[in-house]
Design a protein around this ligand. Structure first.
Ligand code: GTP
Ligand code: MG
Length: 223
């Protein structure tokens, strides 16, 4: 895939800082809904911050603030003004600034969630920005999507297939999506969700809290 997919950044020193979790995926798949759900579920036990990315607006941050899932000041918006993937992969300075601002203001934090602007199947976070990545698809794109692959689907630490409530309406076969995703993910986990039907997203919340626990227990020298 050439230079377009090269990651020019190294993972920053991880000592004493929060786990940075990237949430990416196509436009409208339910990333913000998932972030809101995670804030609601994990906020009482963990110290959280959220950074949202939109091209022209601060829509996602505004939504999260209105939803009241987290102290408003812990939610920062980055306006990318360009393709969303650029700001999370190639030129990550604005996002790093936002993450560090949250850490300075509210630190020590346990978890900073960075939501990417909606993009396509090729969007992934630089290792310089996200320690772990969740990729959110939804069933309305059709049950073929996992089989189309792309680095989000194949390499994300967790693949979330959201809007399962819509599967009967769009004729998506969840069994096919599960099988195809497993075939390209080399054992990495896949979770089916309906944030609409089950707003507490228990499997995703459990996965994220395990990541936070492992991060805080890691040996100091490891990233
Ligand atoms: N039916 C259904 N709708 C959902 C579900 N999750 C989210 N939605 C709806 O899908 C729409 C898009 O959700 P968002 O959370 O804004 O999606 P997003 O991925 O953040 O969108 P962008 O940031 O614009 O790329 C909203 O109207 C949500 O209410 C779900 O599980 N089922
Ligand atoms: Mg969003």
């Amino acid at each position: 895939m050439g230079a377009h997919h090269e990651d020019h950044h190294h993972a920053p020193d991880s000592r004493g800082r929060a786990l940075r979790l990237g949430v990416g995926g196509p436009v409208g798949s339910g990333k913000t809904a998932l972030v809101a759900a995670l804030c609601r579920e994990l906020g009482p036990a963990l110290s959280l911050g959220v950074v949202t990315n939109d091209i022209y607006t601060t829509e996602d941050a505004d939504f999260l603030r209105r939803a009241g899932v987290l102290d408003e000041e812990r939610i920062l918006a980055v306006q990318t003004g360009c393709c969303p993937h650029t700001a999370i992969r190639d030129d990550i300075a604005a996002n790093l600034d936002a993450v560090e601002t949250l850490e300075h203001r509210f630190g020590p934090l346990d978890l900073v969630i960075v939501e990417s602007g909606g993009d396509n199947l090729t969007a992934t976070f630089s290792r310089g920005l996200a320690d772990r990545q969740v990729f959110v698809l939804d069933v309305s794109g059709g049950d073929k999507v996992p089989r189309k692959g792309g680095p989000g689907v194949t390499t994300a630490d967790l693949l979330v297939v959201n809007k399962t409530d819509l599967a009967p309406l769009v004729g998506a076969d969840l069994g096919v999506m599960d099988r195809d995703a497993a075939a390209v993910r080399g054992g990495r986990p896949v979770v089916f969700t309906s944030v609409r039907r089950e707003p507490s997203v228990p499997e995703v919340a459990t996965w994220v809290s395990h990541q936070v626990r492992d991060w805080s227990n890691r040996p100091a020298r490891l990233g």
